[in-house]
Design a protein around this ligand. Structure first.
Ligand code: HEM
Length: 267
């Protein structure tokens, strides 16, 4: 079938908009410095992957809401595979030495991954919401609108708790009516439910394990990112204005779904 806009036959280039895609890598350094291309491409690839992750996370939330456990598991597996690739990609950037980064770092001015709204959107879906993250983006921007929309939406954890309740588990009413903008706090009653799930229901326990994989996968990314930052800029301040590695270390090791971790000692 021909392209409906131009009536020309669809090709690889037109379907994927390759010309447009290849015009988007615009180094800011004079020369330009050799390593800036790597830096730009890696970040652009991350943004595309974040887009795909959000697409899949929305899907898995919908599938859970529709009680489609098998498809939810399948989609979670895809999400986890993407996350593995996101972590592995840091290896490529780690081939850039501190001095190579310094050849163009000043050109970044205040730009930083800190300002990736899609990363914040992923955090919001997973229950780490923050007003401050929204306020950093200008009124009327795509980023701010996207974050505002996700701010009030139920998190993946909320969808999971409702799913458990529909499966007949005694999830407390206050957990089901939880305000999705609030942080996910450990709950003894939810832990009791999860212990029962693990002992009695291999299918749902498997789903829980995939959520733990997701939690661990995000933490793996944070850990690898901060190590990369340490080896590239040491303890220098970040371009985004934070203390750099010091700030990033505070974000490592925080569980997204605390109840799923708490129960392990008691199983
Ligand atoms: C040489 C490579 C990199 C360096 C030196 C670096 C450095 C930093 C620093 C210092 C911060 C803290 C905020 C700030 O003050 O700027 C930060 C945050 C962040 N960076 Fe990177 N980064 C690098 C590569 C990447 C890549 C490839 C990504 C992928 C998108 C990324 C995503 C992020 C995100 C999402 C944050 C916010 C983390 C949070 O607030 O929890 N960074 N980065």
């Amino acid at each position: 079938m021909n392209d409906p806009k131009t009536n020309a036959a669809v090709t690889y280039g037109t379907y994927l908009q390759v010309d447009e895609l290849l015009s988007l890598q615009q180094p800011r350094s004079a020369g330009p410095e050799h390593d800036e291309m790597l830096f730009i491409v890696i970040h652009q690839v991350y943004e595309l992957r974040f887009k795909e992750l959000l697409h899949e996370l929305d899907h898995v939330r919908r599938l859970l809401t529709g009680d489609e456990t098998h498809r939810a598991q399948h989609t979670l597996k895809r999400i986890l595979t993407i996350l593995k690739v996101l972590v592995a990609q840091l290896d490529i950037l780690e081939t850039m030495t501190p001095l190579e980064f310094l050849t163009f770092r000043e050109r970044l001015q205040a730009a930083s991954g800190f300002q990736s709204d899609q990363f914040r959107q992923v955090e919001f879906v997973l229950g780490r919401k923050s007003d401050a993250a929204i306020a950093r983006f200008p009124e009327g921007s795509r980023a701010r609108a996207a974050l505002q929309k996700r701010y009030s939406e139920p998190t993946l954890w909320d969808a999971f708790l409702h799913y458990l309740a529909r499966e007949g588990y005694a999830v407390p009413a206050e957990q089901l009516a939880r305000d999705p903008i609030e942080p996910i706090q450990p709950s003894e009653a939810v832990q009791q439910v999860l212990i029962e799930v693990y002992r009695r229901d291999a299918k749902i326990a498997e789903l829980c394990e995939r959520l733990v994989d997701l939690d661990e996968g995000m933490q793996e990314w944070r850990y690898r990112h901060v190590k990369m930052v340490e080896r590239t800029i040491g303890t220098k301040q970040g371009t985004g204005g934070s203390t750099g590695a010091g700030y990033l270390r505070t974000t490592v090791g925080q569980n997204l779904f605390p109840d799923l971790w708490e129960i392990r000692t008691r199983l």
